[in-house]
Design a protein around this ligand. Structure first.
Ligand code: HEC
Length: 155
């Protein structure tokens, strides 16, 4: 399960709508999200953004240096751009680009590995998940583990 504290409100609202419209599949979140009114969605999204999360730790520290390099520079010679170019230099995100700082490393691994099975499921109604899809595909599992370890320690 993701940490929501400090998450960008526009991103959170987008995701809640994606669960409701079944563009993002999740066995639990459809049931939760579709009973929320539009003003509740907005209020919840704002609430989480106002929280200031401290990292929980727990990711392998030996991966942090390699992860920092991928985060800041991408992977040279591949189609993997610097994560910082969209998620921001401190991984705090902006608008539709989610915060990654302090995110749980295990959640990030699971989301990136299964990206196209969970997101963008309504082909007639493409959404912001398409921006991230090629990047999620091109990352290897060990690159994901490294970058996930790095951001999990950021405040
Ligand atoms: C071109 C811009 C762009 C770049 C570069 C980028 N991302 Fe993303 N990323 C996005 C967008 C937009 C989303 C939100 C997708 C959505 O709305 O479903 C996202 C979502 C994510 C998520 C899901 C977060 C969550 O809470 O579920 C993860 C994890 C992620 N990106 C990791 C990365 C990593 C790691 C890199 C670098 C290797 C990276 N991103 C590079 C644009 C980008």
């Amino acid at each position: 399960m993701p940490r929501l504290a400090g998450q960008q409100s526009e991103y959170l609202e987008n995701q809640l709508r994606a669960f409701i419209e079944r563009r993002r599949t999740n066995p639990v979140m459809f049931n939760v999200a579709h009973v929320l009114t539009p003003s509740m969605l907005t209020a919840l999204a704002k609430h989480f953004m106002d929280l200031n999360p401290k990292p929980l730790g727990g990711a392998p520290k030996e991966l942090v240096a390699a992860g920092k390099q991928i985060y800041e520079e991408g992977v040279p010679g591949t189609d993997i751009p610097a994560c910082a170019s969209c998620h921001g230099p401190e991984a705090k995100g902006a608008e539709a680009f989610p915060r990654l700082a302090g995110q749980l490393h295990d959640y990030m691994l699971r989301k990136l590995v299964s990206w196209s099975k969970e997101r963008g499921q309504d082909l007639a109604n493409p959404d912001t998940s398409a921006i991230m899809a090629p990047i999620a595909h091109n990352l290897t599992e060990s690159q994901i583990k490294a970058v996930a370890a790095y951001v999990s320690y950021l405040e």
